[in-house]
Ligand binder design. Structure first.
Ligand SMILES: [Zn+2]
Length: 125
């Protein structure tokens, strides 16, 4: 991993933490530092390599066809314990729909913070 990539990851994780006011998406508890933060994909990342299964899931959940697993709206900050507790199970449809309302709003915040931090970083060099 080169420095640029590491920096991008750090910026993103900080933005994620900040956009959710430092709170775990699952338990609502405070995530002490960015280092305790685990990034959770609501629709698990593994489906990226399984387009047929993904298509089925998206239909089942009534999500848009070009749903992007890597997009901000699919990524939330969690404690690593809370993330492990959830494991690889998929969420119930009702939960996904409830989540998405929150996530869509928050993702704008994540994108904005990431953008601001990136610009600041560029200006420092
Ligand atoms: Zn938690």
């Amino acid at each position: 991993m080169n420095m640029d990539k590491k920096l991008k990851v750090a910026i993103h994780r900080y933005a994620l933490w900040k956009a959710y006011n430092g709170k775990c998406f699952y338990c609502g508890g405070f995530i002490q530092t960015v280092y305790d933060l685990e990034e959770e994909h609501i629709i698990p990342q593994k489906y990226k390599d399984k387009p047929t299964e993904l298509e089925k899931i998206l239909k089942e959940y009534n999500l848009w066809e070009d749903f992007d697993i890597d997009a901000y709206y699919n990524r939330v900050p969690t404690h690593s314990v809370c993330n492990k507790r959830k494991g690889f199970k998929l969420h119930r449809t009702e939960s996904i729909h409830q989540y998405l309302n929150v996530l869509t709003l928050r993702s704008v915040k994540v994108a904005t913070i990431t953008f601001i931090l990136s610009v600041m970083e560029i200006q420092e060099h």
